[in-house]
Design a protein around this ligand. Structure first.
Ligand SMILES: Cc1cc2nc3c(=O)[nH]c(=O)nc-3n(C[C@H](O)[C@H](O)[C@H](O)COP(=O)(O)OP(=O)(O)OC[C@H]3O[C@@H](n4cnc5c(N)ncnc54)[C@H](O)[C@@H]3O)c2cc1C
Length: 387
């Protein structure tokens, strides 16, 4: 017998909030591997999350939320993403404008030679030079301690103090040591920013890769839709939430602090603006932290070029969790609530209040899928027996 007609309310197996890497990878896996019906929403007018790119009016492919460079040591992540894109080999190089000179960053032998008019020829000479400038700190607690301990006061001031103050709105002495402990110094002349085994850009851009990922009749994508407005309406067995964790719980313990950025995208009537994709401006005399030029990343050829100036800001979209112990403690309170919430999986950078690179988020999403898959397999024999 036919059911009486009712205004149709579609049922989904999953409602996925956020169409960045975390949400899109999970949508793809659940639809393609489990045949699940997925509603994937994002409050922005597009998919791709922070990695979104698009051609601007001049036809230059640019990254709306700042330059995203793909690099990883994970073969599993490369194999997975390669189903949806080809790659353009690209090794990232960054320069810093210091005392009027463009020098490699991370600091390497070339940086020292150029900046201090030296002629260091070997790794050993560079290591000795750095050691002669280092000012050992007894107990390393802050970011300032990390850098002064490694390279001394002058290099700290030239490269780190101003940049960090601008980036975080805090002095390095107020920031956890983890913020700068990741920045390497080198004694050779390798000027690649990353040392990962795989460094490349998606050949036709990130958005094209995302479009392919979610191109499945079982995935319904709705952009410009906020979870807040549909949470009581959508009929889904399970929610995967990749938005801010404090927002999910109505900020009941207070807001998790983030640092934001303002992006000033400019198209210039010249073929090339700078010698590498990214130039950092550590000096506090200029208000922005870096300028990025996309054609270096994409290999696009055109008579004009597009660059982005980044201005750190206290207001705006949440980009960088501020690494202070009290913020972690606040996150832990939200995490405990999340752990006690049935039928909602929290995944991605905003739900876990940590800065992650794209490959780490893909890895996290694939691991989440495996857990869901294991649970399903464990439950399946019972379900079959009950039929
Ligand atoms: C300036 C900058 C540069 C970066 N550069 C690099 C780089 O070079 N290399 C690299 O590997 N990583 C880089 N990253 C990190 C990279 O952006 C992240 O790893 C990646 O975007 C994380 O994916 P995600 O899905 O967790 O989050 P996101 O990409 O942020 O996706 C989350 C999505 O959820 C949506 N959302 C949130 N709340 C709601 C809601 N209530 N309702 C509906 N939708 C919602 C958001 O709109 C967003 O689109 C950079 C980050 C920044 C900020």
């Amino acid at each position: 017998m036919n059911a009486p007609y009712r205004a149709e309310k579609r049922r989904y197996d999953y409602l996925i909030v956020g169409a960045g890497f975390a949400g899109s990878v999970l949508a793809e896996r659940l639809a393609s591997q489990h045949g699940a019906r997925v509603l994937l929403i994002d409050r922005r007018p597009h998919i791709g999350g922070n990695a979104y790119d698009e051609p601007n009016e001049a036809g230059i492919l640019y990254h709306k939320y700042g330059p995203h460079i793909f690099h990883t040591n994970s073969e599993q992540v490369v194999d997975y993403l390669s189903q949806f894109t080809e790659w353009r080999p690209y090794e990232h190089r960054v320069r810093a404008l210091v005392r009027g000179k463009l020098v490699p960053i991370p600091i390497n032998r070339t940086t020292l030679n150029k900046l201090f008019d030296l002629d260091l020829q070997t790794d050993e000479q560079a290591a000795d030079y750095l050691a002669s400038r280092a000012e050992p700190v007894d107990e390393i607690r802050t970011s300032e301690d990390v850098v002064i301990n490694a390279v001394g006061q002058e290099l700290y001031e030239l490269f780190f103090r101003g940049y960090t103050r601008k980036q975080w709105g805090l002095d390095p002495s107020e920031l956890d040591k983890q913020v700068t402990s990741r920045i390497p110094t080198r004694t050779n002349t390798d000027d690649r920013y990353f040392s990962d085994t795989f460094q490349a850009m998606p050949l036709n851009g990130y958005t094209a890769m995302f479009e392919k990922m979610v191109d499945n009749p079982l995935i319904e994508v709705r952009t410009g839709v906020d979870f807040r407005d549909v949470r009581d309406e959508v009929d889904a067995d399970h929610i995967i939430y990749t938005g801010p964790i404090d927002e999910y719980f109505g900020f009941r313990f207070g807001k998790l602090p983030y640092r934001s950025l303002k992006f000033d995208h400019q198209t210039l009537d010249q073929e090339q603006f700078q010698e590498v994709a990214v130039v950092n401006y550590p000096s506090e005399d200029v208000p922005f932290t870096r300028i990025s030029e996309y054609k270096h990343l994409t290999g696009q050829e055109a008579p004009v070029t597009t660059v982005t100036y980044e201005y750190p800001s206290a207001e705006g979209d949440p980009y960088y969790p501020i690494p202070r112990p009290e913020n972690q403690a606040l996150f832990k309170r939200y995490e405990a609530l999340a752990d006690a919430t049935d039928n909602v999986t929290f995944v991605g950078r905003l739900a876990t209040y940590r800065y992650y690179n794209m490959d780490q988020i893909v890895g996290q999403a694939l691991a989440t899928f495996r857990r869901i898959d294991d649970k399903r397999r464990a439950e399946q024999p019972t379900a079959v027996a009950a039929e």
